[in-house]
Design a protein around this ligand. Structure first.
Ligand SMILES: Nc1nc2c(ncn2[C@@H]2O[C@H](COP(=O)(O)OP(=O)(O)OP(=O)(O)O)[C@@H](O)[C@H]2O)c(=O)[nH]1
Length: 802
């Protein structure tokens, strides 16, 4: 920017005392440095002015800065005498504004006025009126500061004063605290008012920033709350660090994680500590945790409780007879009138020790309970008919008990029958690793007769003994917790549920939550049909008062807050809904490899069902052989017969895959498998089964085809037609029969034939397809052994998009 400052003015301004700076001198300087001016009226540019100043400064150097100090301090005596003279001088000089120098000189005068004439030669550069006046600009600053001291005129050591003053103010500042702050603020405000609104805001902003920084510094180290799992990005923001810093720290620890990745508490805590933060674990309290008391009981609060026993076994081997016998035989006199009650569980007295029996049809409830982790049974009695031996359901029961890890007591029933052969049964049991005690094993075997009652006392003694060994204990002095054994909707009474208290005591009037059902216990009835007001550990009771029917196997808890319980029930309902479509925890051959890779899979559980025992065993041993370092293939259940609902339930609770060899699932099993998302694989060639599972374990499974069912037809008549062979006269039950489809002939759900269809006819006409509700004639290629009652399944293989 051009400033209007002509050469002659510059020269004039530098005019001091007798010596005068000529315009020509200024012009010479400029010419010398390549800026020849046209005339003395030419205004100087900023650069040119700087050049002149620079030149004059360079050529009018003082010898030493000391001389200026001397200049000031050596004549304090004169200072007091000539203040007025000093003051008058600047007025006379009348230096133009914009020149900093004259103003400084004004101050100077206080101490220098008289000294100047004497020191004129000594320090000419300090004299602004001389030609070298510009030099005084830097040197004049020092004396200027000193002149401010008007604290005394004598030879006072001002330095000493300064020191004292500084220490004094320091002390005062410390002592004053808030008052000072207040005053400072006032002072600032005043200053701000003088300075104008813009400056004021700026000042306040700066103050606030300073205060903030101070606070942050005070707060260090930063405390971070870390939950069980946290995203790297979230951790960074909680620590007020950048994501890059956290990722870098993780890398140093050997953890490669991006910002979006989730890390566990331990890793996160290490990172936080590494970055200088104080770590605290964030505990997320769910409604469930708030509502349900899960504190561990103290040893001194525990008292022995009755064992809970389940009776299992094959159909018609005598489960019901045994349970009935025990119930009748052990009813304490006087209670006989109330026996009629059947609530799904009852308690009997065995020589002074109470024993609770679960009396539920089949063992579905048992599996369902295990599925929900509500382990209610302590001992299993396996009933095997002495005249029949180990049957498919016996094996199933053994496997269920094994999966639940409960001790099994074998009751060899029907010992009264002449055909009873207990030795054969003992022999068979060893095949399922149940070795009798007399043979050196640890399985208790009790020969009994549910008809005559023979051996039942001994069986009960054994149950009590086994239970005693388990030292079953509970604390009756806390809110009740247990399992729902049975539940139904009663027309008159509303939802009715049989609960087995496992710990604590259930009282009439308690609020309970069971699964998604909430309610208040309005009335309680025990297994003898008597009204009770409380039920302790291992006691089964039937209750009314629930808002809806809970599910058998659900956990129940007595809680203090009904409103919160309802909230929890709602939450559970929502969770149930969302998990309906997900198959968490379920295994399919397709995702087997990814589960192995993720380290989630150590054991691949398989349930084998086959048409004959020989092939079941062969499939089992072949499959177990394909275990590798990462995964062990475990056949948890191997049996003969169609795949039933119980198999599907076992598969669902154990995360198993069902392998069917020459068998098919029955209708219920099919539905359950679809609902529970259990993977069922059917094979007709043993090598196919092995190859497919092996391929799945290696991640090379090519699930290219899937079977699509078309329909089912029942064989109602079989004709022989010469030249054609056997013709199946069928009725299409559902779906349709299609000529180009694959057919499978089932007899009791066992696959008899699998192959292509030779002809499909309606009366005498060959047709493409026959719909449900119509009759048709079917012949197979190379298969004649068709029988009435056989089922024909039609299906096509469809390619799956991988
Ligand atoms: N001789 C003899 N018959 C028995 C004995 N125990 C049971 N039975 C008979 O065997 C049949 C089946 O008995 P249940 O008690 O119904 O057998 P279950 O195992 O409960 O049968 P499901 O309920 O169908 O699973 C009945 O006819 C009983 O009378 C026994 O110890 N001796």
């Amino acid at each position: 920017m051009m400033i209007k400052y002509p050469i002659h003015k510059v020269a004039k301004d530098f005019k001091k005392g007798s010596k005068e700076l000529q315009s020509k001198e200024v012009m010479d300087i400029l010419t010398q440095y390549g800026h020849p001016p046209k005339n003395h009226m030419q205004p100087l540019t900023e650069q040119e002015l700087s050049l002149v100043f620079e030149y004059l400064t360079q050529h009018n150097q003082v010898d030493s800065i000391q001389s200026i100090y001397e200049d000031v301090y050596h004549e304090p005596a004169a200072k007091a005498e000539a203040p007025k003279a000093a003051q008058s001088k600047p007025a006379q000089q009348g230096k133009p504004a914009g020149q900093p120098k004259p103003a400084q000189q004004q101050n100077n005068k206080g101490g220098n006025a008289q000294a100047r004439p004497q020191q004129g030669q000594q320090a000419p550069k300090a004299q602004p009126q001389q030609s070298q006046q510009t030099v005084s600009q830097p040197s004049s600053r020092v004396p200027t500061k000193k002149v401010v001291d008007t604290r005394g005129g004598g030879a006072v050591n001002l330095d000493k004063y300064d020191e004292r003053l500084e220490s004094f103010t320091d002390q005062r500042q410390q002592d004053r605290g808030g008052k000072e702050k207040f005053q400072n603020r006032n002072a600032q405000r005043q200053r701000g008012r003088q300075q104008g609104p813009g400056n004021k805001r700026k000042q306040e902003e700066q103050d606030r920033l300073r205060r903030l920084q101070l606070e942050i510094a005070k707060k260090a180290p930063l405390k971070v709350m870390i939950p069980d799992e946290i995203g790297v990005g979230e951790l960074a923001s909680r620590m007020k660090k950048t994501g890059a810093e956290v990722v870098k720290t993780l890398m140093k620890m050997g953890v490669m994680a991006s910002l979006s990745e989730i890390i566990d508490y331990d890793t996160a805590a290490l990172v936080a500590m590494e970055l200088g933060c104080k770590v605290e674990k964030e505990v997320v309290v769910t409604i469930e945790e708030k509502l349900i008391d899960t504190t561990e009981d103290k040893e001194e609060d525990l008292i022995p409780r009755a064992p809970v026993v389940v009776v299992m076994g094959h159909v018609d081997h005598g489960k019901t007879s045994l349970l009935d016998y025990i119930r009748h035989a052990n009813v304490v006199s006087g209670e006989a009138g109330g026996i009629t009650q059947h609530i799904g569980a009852y308690q009997v007295d065995v020589n002074g020790s109470p024993v609770t029996f679960l009396d539920t049809p089949g063992h579905e409830a048992f599996t369902a309970m295990r599925a929900r982790g509500a382990m209610v049974t302590d001992v299993a009695i396996l009933v095997v008919a002495a005249d029949d031996g180990i049957m498919p359901q016996t094996v199933e029961s053994i496997n269920h008990a094994k999966a639940a890890e409960i001790p099994v007591i074998v009751a060899i029933n029907k010992m009264d029958k002449p055909t009873a052969n207990p030795e054969r049964i003992k022999q068979q049991l060893t095949e399922y690793s149940l070795v009798p005690e007399e043979w050196g094993g640890d399985t208790i075997i009790c020969p009994i007769s549910a008809k005559t009652g023979e051996g039942i006392d001994n069986l009960l003694d054994m149950v009590v003994l086994t239970a005693e060994m388990r030292e079953l204990k509970a604390n009756p002095n806390r809110s009740a917790h247990g399992a729902v054994i049975e539940a139904r909707l009663d027309k008159g009474r509303g939802p009715v549920a049989t609960l087995l208290v496992q710990n604590g005591t259930l009282h009439q009037g308690d609020v309970i939550i069971a699964g998604t059902a909430v309610g208040r216990v309005r009335a309680m009835t025990n297994d003898k049909g008597q009204k009770v007001t409380e039920a302790g550990p291992s006691v089964p009771v039937e209750i009314i008062g629930m808002s809806e029917v809970p599910e058998a196997g659900d956990d129940f808890h007595a809680v203090a807050d009904e409103r919160m319980a309802r909230e929890l029930a709602e939450q559970r309902k929502a969770e149930q809904k969302s998990s309906m479509n997900s198959n968490v925890g379920k295994v399919t051959l397709e995702d087997l490899f990814s589960q192995i890779q993720a380290g989630e899979m150590k054991n691949l559980n398989i349930i084998v069902k086959a048409d004959v025992q020989g092939s079941a065993e062969a499939v089992k041993s072949s499959l177990e052989k394909i275990s590798n370092e990462e995964v062990r293939v475990r056949v948890i259940h191997c049996a003969v017969g169609a795949i039933n609902e119980s198999d599907v339930m076992l598969a669902s609770t154990s995360g198993a895959i069902i392998v069917g060899f020459n068998v098919r699932p029955d209708a219920n099993a099919k539905d359950s498998a679809a609902r529970m998302k259990v993977d069922m694989r059917m094979y007709r060639v043993i090598y196919d089964a092995i190859n497919e599972i092996e391929a799945a374990m290696k991640g090379m499974l090519a699930p290219k085809f899937k079977e699509v069912d078309l329909g089912r037809a029942e064989v109602r008549n079989v004709f022989r037609i010469t030249g054609v062979g056997m013709v199946a006269g069928c009725y299409v039950l559902d779906g349709k029969m299609q000529r180009n489809a694959q057919m499978r002939l089932l007899r009791d759900n066992i696959v008899i034939y699998d192959g292509a269809i030779a002809s499909l006819q309606r009366f005498k006409d060959s047709v493409k397809e026959v719909a449900a509700g119509y009759e048709c004639g079917i012949t197979f290629e190379k298969f004649q052994d068709i029988k009435e009652g056989d089922i024909i399944e039609a299906f096509v293989m469809e390619q799956i998009e991988v």
